[in-house]
Design a protein around this ligand. Structure first.
Ligand SMILES: [Zn+2]
Length: 130
């Protein structure tokens, strides 16, 4: 439960109150010493900031991406989603690769089956930096 620090302007006391976020929005707070409602919230840097960072880190977890080499179906799904979000036609070769990935074929097998892919470059990477 987060705690809030207040300062009473009547008796010059600083006090802490533990409140849930719901209580914080609805509850009338008064000074525990003199019961005055002439109080001011003391704002401090809060711990919440750190947990926000943690959430961002988990979204870009590199281990999650590395595992995709052994998971062609998820890789295929991701590539399809990316091309849809880009709104670009990635060409019939791209569709072919995605189809095969989604059927569970490994990237190596697809490359062997489709030697013409990408004509010289990394065939599995038609414009996408995976
Ligand atoms: Zn007071």
């Amino acid at each position: 439960m987060p705690y809030y620090e207040y300062y009473c302007t009547d008796c010059n006391q600083v006090f802490e109150i533990f409140l849930t976020y719901q209580e914080y929005g609805s509850q009338m707070i008064s000074c525990p010493m003199c019961e005055s409602s002439q109080i001011r919230r003391i704002i401090k840097p809060v711990r919440v900031a750190r947990s926000e960072e943690g959430r961002l880190e988990s979204l870009t977890d590199p281990e999650q991406l590395e595992g995709l080499d052994n998971d062609p179906q998820t890789l295929g799904k991701m590539m399809r989603q990316m091309s849809q979000e880009l709104g670009e036609d990635m060409g019939p070769e791209f569709d072919e690769v995605v189809d095969r990935l989604e059927k569970g074929q490994s990237p190596e097998d697809i490359e062997n089956d489709l030697p013409d892919l990408g004509s010289g470059g990394d065939g599995l990477n038609p414009g996408l930096d995976l």
